[in-house]
Design a protein around this ligand. Sequence first.
Ligand SMILES: [Zn+2]
Length: 1167
Amino acid sequence: MAEQEASGLQVLLSTLQTSRDKDVILNILSVLTDLLSLGTGQRIHYVISKGGSEALLQAFTAAARTEPPDHSTLLPLLRLLARVGQRDRKFGLKVQKAEATDIILSLARRNLGHHLHLTHCLWVLRVCASNVTTGTTLGINGAMELLFKVITPYSKRNVRTVRAAIEALAALLKSKSNSRRAVNRGYLGGLLRLYQDWHHNDVSNNYIYIRRGLLLCLKHITNIQLGRETFLGSRGMEILFTSVQDCLSCKNLDPIITTVTQILRKCYPKEPLPVATVRSSYSFPLPGNARAEPLCEGSEGKWLKGDYESDGEEEAEKDLDNEDVESKEEDYDLETDVNKLRSRPVLDRPEEELGQYEAMCPELSHNFQELESDSEEEKSLEDRTESLPFMPSHFIPSATSVKHPNYRWRNQSVTEMGPDPGQKDFKVPLQSWTKRDRCRWDQTDEKTDIAEAAQDADYYEEEDPARSHVLALRPLPKDAAWYKKMIYPECEALINPSPGGRLESSDIETHLLEKHQGDIPFHSPRFYIARAKRVKSIPDYRDLSFPDFWGHQPPPYSKPMLERKYGVQRDKVLDDVRRLIQPGDVIGRIVFDLDEPSHSSPGAPGCLTFFSKFESGNLRKAIQVREFEYDLIINADVNSNQHHQWFYFEVRDMKLAVPYRFNIINCEKFNSQFNYGMQLVMYSVKEALQGRPCWLRAGHDSCYYKNHYRCSAAAEEGVRGKFYYTLTFSIKFPHKDDVCYLAYHYPYTYSTMMSHLDILEQNRNPKKVYWRQQTLCQTLGGNLCPLLTITAMPESKKRDDLEQFYNRPYVFLVARVHPGESNASWVMKGTLEFLVSSDPIADLLRKCFIFKIVPMLNPDGVINGNHRCSLSGDDLNRQWLTPSSQLHPTIYHTKGLLYYLRSIGRAPLVFCDYHGHSQKKNVFLYGCSIKETLWQAGCMVDTSVITEDVGYRTLPKILDKVAPAFVMNSCSFLVEKSRESTARVVVWKEMGVLRSYTMESTYCGCSHGLYKGLQLGTQELEETGSKFCLGLLILHLKSLPCSEKVMAQATLLLDLEEEITDRAQRSCSNSSLETDDEPPCVEEIDYSTDSYSDGEEDFSELDQEIQECLSCVEGETEDEGATMGQTCSSKALRGLYTSSQPTSNSTALPLCSTALGVYSGFESSPL
Ligand SMILES: [Zn+2]
C-alpha cells in the first residue's frame, strides 16, 4: 500500500520533470500545492525524500527558459520551491547542481517592475541563500545590489516585495563574504537609515516583520569585525539603543527588542577588565622550584595576540571545570580502556612510608584501661551530656566553659583542669606549631594533649603577644545612638565613642560577648575568636567578619526559588549599554581596591563602603558606576588568574529602601543557577543584634549573562577562557547605615570548622563516643589539617567487646577540597553533629563503624577566599593520582592513610567526598562502575566476563529513600577520563573501594521531592549530612553480617521496611521525569554565535507570508495566471482522478481530499 502511494508520487514527480504539456504540469503543480498546503512539515519532508526538490528545480529551469517566461507555470513552481526548499537542508546544493542560481537572479531582474512576480523570486532567493555557499555565489553575482534597489529608498508601496527582499538580504548576509561586500558598499549605513525610517513611520506597529528583517540584516553583518567597527562608526549603538526605548512597553515588539539587544551586546566594544592584572592579588611562594599554576592544557597556542576583538568569537567554548560541569561531549570522555578501569593496587610511594600512618589509627592499639575508672563525677557528666537534645539541638553552655574561657585559657594549670568533672571534656586541642614538624603525631597522645594545649596557649601568646590585639572584630554600624541602644541600654555612660564616632573594637568585642546569648547551636563566639587568631593567611587578616564571629541560626522557613521576572536580563543589558550611550552618567569611582588601597576613596558621601579582607573574604575591587550601582571584581584564586566564582564581602553605609544594583563582572562559568532561581545570601548585623542572626537568601532581578569584558591574551599567559560573564542582582538592605555581608553561598570558614570541632569534642559523651582529633598534616600556608576518628567506645574492656571494637569496618569521609563549595562543609557539619550526638541511631551507627574524617581538605583555600584551588594554584581534586607531599600535603597524607588502611586489610567500606554543584539542583552521588561506563560508551567489550559487584548502587538507593534532598536519578556511576585523578576514581581504583563516591549538593535548590521548588538552607544541608549517616547504618544492616544484638537494636529503632516504603511512595511519584539539565534559558545568555534563537528557522513564517500574499492577490485580477492555473488544475484533476469513480458527484468534494485519497500514505489519516 505504502509502496503504491510512493510510486504514485514518484510518477507525478517524474512526469513533472519530463512533460512538456502545460496542462499536465499545471495539474501536477496544483496537486502538489494542495498536498503540501495541508498537513505538516512531515509531508513536505516526505516529498523531499522522494526527490521533490530536484523535480521542482528541473521543471523550474525548463519553464524559466521559455520565451517569454510563462508565469502561470512559474509562479506556482516558485511557491512550491520556497516551501519545499526551506525545509530541505541540501536545497542550496541542489540549486547549484541544477544551475538555477543565475536563472532565479535573472528572472528577478526581469521582474523588477512586476512586484508579484518579483516577490515570488525573492522567496526562492531567500531559501537558496540559507546555504552559505549558494548565498556567496548569489552575492558575487550581484544579488545584494538587486535587493538593495528593491528596499531603498523607504516607501510603504509594495511592502510585500520589500519584506521578501529584506528577508532575502538577511539570509544572504549570513555569508561572511557577503557581509564584507555589503559593508564595503556602504550598505550598513543604508540599512541603519532604513531601519530608522521604518521605525519612525510604523507608529501603529503594522510592519514589525520589516523592522525585524532589517535588524536581522544588521545582526548578520555585525558578525564580522569590520561590520562591528562600521556599525559603531555609523552610530549604530546610539540609533538602536534610542529606538528600542520606544518599544520596551509593548510586548508585541519582543522580537524587535530581542534582536536589538543581541546586536547591542555583540557590538559593545570589548574591553579588558578594569584591573592591572587578572592574576590574583595574593601570591604565595611555593617550596622548592615548583611552578605556580601550570598552564592549562591546550591553553597555549589557542591564544592569539589581542584576539578578544577577532572574528574568532564564534569559537565553541569549553569549560574545563570538570566535576561541576556537564560536558556535551560527556560520552567521549568515558574511560573505555578496561585495564584502566580495573582495580590497580599500586603504591605511589615507598612502602616503608606507610608506617607513619599507624599513629593516625590510635583506635587500633588503644587498650581502654581507663574504662575501669568510672567515678561518680563521670556519671554526672554523662547525664549532663545525655540531656543534650538530639539535633537540631541547642548548645547549652555550662557556666564555666563559655562564660569565662579567658580565665580558663590563661590561668588554669593542667592540674586544675584535670579532676574537675564539669570541665574535663573542655579541651581546646591547640597543637604545637613547632613540635608538629618534629613528629606529627605525638601530640595526639591523649594523656598529654591537655597539657600541651595549655602550654601551647602560653607559648603562643609569648610568641606573638601583639597578635591577639591585631585581630579585631569589624567595627559596628556607625550610627552610635542605635548601637548604644542595642548593645547596652543599661550603661550608656560607659561608652565613649572615639572622635570619629567609632567605638573601640576591643570594648565592642567584650560587650558583644556579654550580650551573646550563646543560643546558636554548636557555635561559640569565644571559641571562634580563639581559633581565628591562630589562622595563617596570606594577607595576614586583621579583621573578623561579624557573621562568622556571631554565628548563624537558620531561619524557621525555607525560601522558594526566585521567579525570573519577564525581560529582566534584557533590561539589565540595556542598562549596561546606556553607559556607552550616556557616558556622562557614569561615575566610575573606585571605592574599594584590594591591590591599591590608596587609590580607592571609601566612605565618600553617598557611596557604599566595601571590605573583604577577612577569612574566606573575596572582593578585589568595587567601582561605583551610578548612584546606586556598583561593578564588583572578585579575586582569582591564589597564584592563579582564574576560578572567579566565590565571593564574600562586607558592605556598609547604605540608604534605606533603595534597590542597589551589583554586577560581578568577572565570572567565568558559561551558565549559572542564578538564571534558574538561585539567590545569593546576605547577613545583616543590625538584624543579628536584634535577635535574628542569619544568612538569608536575598537579592532580586538576578541574572547571569556574557558581558563585553575580555581577557587580553597578550597580558595574561595561560588563561583558559577569554570571556567574562556578569552576575547581576539588586538588593534592598533591611536597615539604614547597617553593616551587611553578601556571599555566593552560606560561608563556612576554617575557624568556623575548628571551633565547631572544639564544641563537638566538648559536648560529646566520652563514655559513649570515642573521639580523636589529630593533625593529618600542616598545609602549605602553615595551617593544621585536622583528622577525626569517631566511633563508639567499647562496651567494656572485656576481650569480646574490644575485638568488636577493633574489627569495625571503616568509613572514610572528606569534604571541602574545593573552597568555594561551602555547602559541602554544612553537610559535613550535619554529619559530625549526628555522629557525636546522643541519638540512639547514632549510638548504634558508632558501634557499626569507625569513621575517619578529614572535614576540610583545603584549609588554605578556604581561608584565603579561593574558589577552586589550594595555594599552589592546583585543583586538589585533580591531584589524587600522584599527589606531591610538598605541594599537596593534605591529599598526599589522606591518600597515605588510605593506603595504610588497605595495607592492614582495612580498606574502608565507604569512601565519600563532599562537594557542591553549581550547575545542577538536588543532592546526588557520583560513583564508579566499570559495566555502566562501558555500556554508556557503547563498548563492544564482552561485559559478561567482567564481574562487578553492584553494591555501589545500594547506598544511593537508600539515600533516595531517607534523605529528602537526595535524588537517585541524578546520580551517575560513569568513570570519565577527565576525572581519573579525582578522589572518587582513585580511591575506587587504587584502594579497591567499591563504594567510592562524590556527594554533590546543589548551591540552589531542589527540583524533586519534599523540597521541590525551594532553595536549600543550611538546615537542609545539615540534614543531608545526618541522613547520609542514617543511610550508612541501613547499608550496614543490609550488606554486612550483624550481631543479633545490633540487629535487635536496629529493629527497635528503625521501622526499616516502613521507613523505606514510605519514602519510596513519595519519591516514585516525583522522580519519574528527571531531567538533568536545565531547559534553555528564557533569554539567550550568549550572543556571540549566530544562534537560531531569533526564529529565523521558523518555517511557518515564510509559509504564512506566501499564503497571505496568495489570498490577497486571488481577489485581484493582477495574477491572472494563478487563477487560471487553479481552474485548469481542478478541471484536469477531475479528469485524472475521478475517472475510476462510478459517479461524478465527487467533484463536489474539496479538491484536496480527492488528491489526498491518492496519497493518504503521508499521514495516518488524510483528514
Ligand atoms: Zn567540587
